[in-house]
Design a protein around this ligand. Structure first.
Ligand SMILES: *Cc1c(COP(=O)(O)O)cnc(C)c1O
Length: 415
């Protein structure tokens, strides 16, 4: 019997096995047939403290027994209030408002709609959105529009709206000049992944560039949207990547690790003027027209509140620092192989190309996937780009096994 399930980013025609996972704990997934698989990519960048952190699991169970779901238009509840207050406390003071949604893509859609609403309600409509080359912001039509065009959105390309694409900062001055010119011509907002372009292939750029891009937007009044959906929650070594450049965005998108990676939830934080542009005592048409059925679902918010408590009470930063150190040592070993290109690291993220150049549909990709699957490792290269982004609770022994498997892949396929 074949399964009716249609999987994301999966070519079913290749007939590759689809492991069935029954339970998880820390960095280990256990399949229904009893195999133990090490999760080296945090289940697609979401799991931060490890799977089934007891405090997050307990918070979910407790909340499920109290209040499962409630309309959020004109109603509220304690877990949402607690999460919003804590997010405002731990982010820069300029970010005063928190809008809930349920995935990274929707957090980005909300950010774009907030920016366009801001300009409309100020009486000077602006619609042009600026983006960074190679960026990724999600898979809905709006989020795809502000992301890189490629094989993954070719079918929809005619429907995607036009954006101004700023060259990736291989050369900082080229990027800044292009951004300056676009901002001068008039734009509503610039959306950017701070310091690491994740789905673009773990491409890194310098904090100085991020800070300079932010300054240019500020000088021209172009709203600066930071998409920290992947980079947030410690991935880059600090709670948020923007901190490393002392950048304060006008709008901040968070999701993935917001609940520790346990259940879906997202937020879009905004500065007060954006909220005020939508505020009126008389004009109901200025309200923010966005909602999803499960906006600020109480169970998801309880998980987020537990995650925020873990950040307050547990030595999360020390775990991140230790993991970053271990990643640096493993990456340095791998980098001594001639087939390893562009080894790079930021915080807990380590990446390199096997062979020169980047190629998402590289023939190597399916063979690498099979290689790691055979070794009970969840490592999912993007084409020939291999990266490791584990939960912070991964043990040194587990991380060693991951890099042993990577070393074998380098020997086997590195040529
Ligand atoms: C994953 C991701 C998104 C989309 O989040 P989803 O929850 O998958 O919709 C947006 N931006 C970045 C930078 C991401 O890494």
């Amino acid at each position: 019997m074949t399964s009716p399930v249609w999987h994301p980013f999966t070519q079913h025609g290749l007939g590759e096995p689809i492991p069935k996972v029954a339970t998880a704990s820390g960095a280990v997934l256990t399949t229904v047939d009893g195999r133990e698989v090490i999760d080296a990519i945090s289940s697609w960048w979401v799991t931060t403290h490890g799977h089934n952190h007891p405090r997050i699991s307990a918070a979910i169970a407790e909340q499920a027994g109290k209040l499962d779901q409630i309309i959020f238009a004109g109603w509220t509840h304690e877990p949402a209030e607690e999460v919003a207050a804590e997010l405002v406390r731990i982010t820069p003071p300029a970010l005063t408002r928190v809008f809930f949604s349920d995935s990274g893509s929707t957090a980005v859609e909300v950010a774009l709609k907030m920016a366009l609403g801001y300009w409309l309600h100020r009486g000077e409509p602006r619609h042009r959105i600026l983006v960074l080359e190679h960026s990724y912001h999600g898979d809905t039509i709006g989020a795809m529009s502000v992301g890189a065009r490629g094989v993954y959105n070719r079918a929809y390309a005619p429907l995607l709206f036009d954006v101004g694409t700023i060259p990736f900062p291989h050369d900082m001055q080229v990027t800044l000049d292009a951004l300056e010119a676009e901002c001068r011509a008039g734009a509503a907002a610039f959306i950017v992944e701070p310091l690491v372009l994740g789905a673009g292939g773990m491409l890194l750029y310098a904090p100085e560039t991020l800070a300079a891009m932010r300054d240019i937007c500020a000088r021209h009044g172009v709203l600066f949207i930071a998409d920290e959906i992947m980079t947030g929650w410690g991935r880059t070594g600090t709670l948020f990547a923007c901190e490393q450049a002392e950048v304060v965005p006008d709008i901040l998108c968070l999701s993935k690790g917001l609940t520790g990676g346990a259940v879906p939830l997202a937020v879009t934080l905004a500065i007060e003027p954006i909220f005020q542009a939508h505020w009126s005592q008389t004009d109901r048409s200025r309200q923010f027209f966005h909602s999803s059925s499960y906006t600020a679902n109480p169970i998801a918010c309880a998980a987020a509140a537990a995650n925020l408590a873990i950040w307050r009470d547990e030595p999360v930063q020390a775990r991140i620092d230790a993991l970053a150190g271990a990643q640096a040592r493993h990456l340095a070993m791998a980098a001594s192989q001639p087939s390893v290109h562009s080894p790079r690291q930021l915080g807990t993220i380590a990446a390199f190309e096997l062979g020169a150049g980047q190629d998402y549909l590289s023939d190597l990709a399916p063979r690498l996937l099979a290689h790691f699957r055979e070794r009970d490792l969840l490592v999912r290269p993007m084409g020939n780009t291999i990266y490791v982004m584990p939960p912070y609770s991964i043990t040194p022994e587990q991380l060693g096994k991951v890099w042993t498997g990577i070393g074998e892949a380098i020997d086997r396929f590195g040529g």
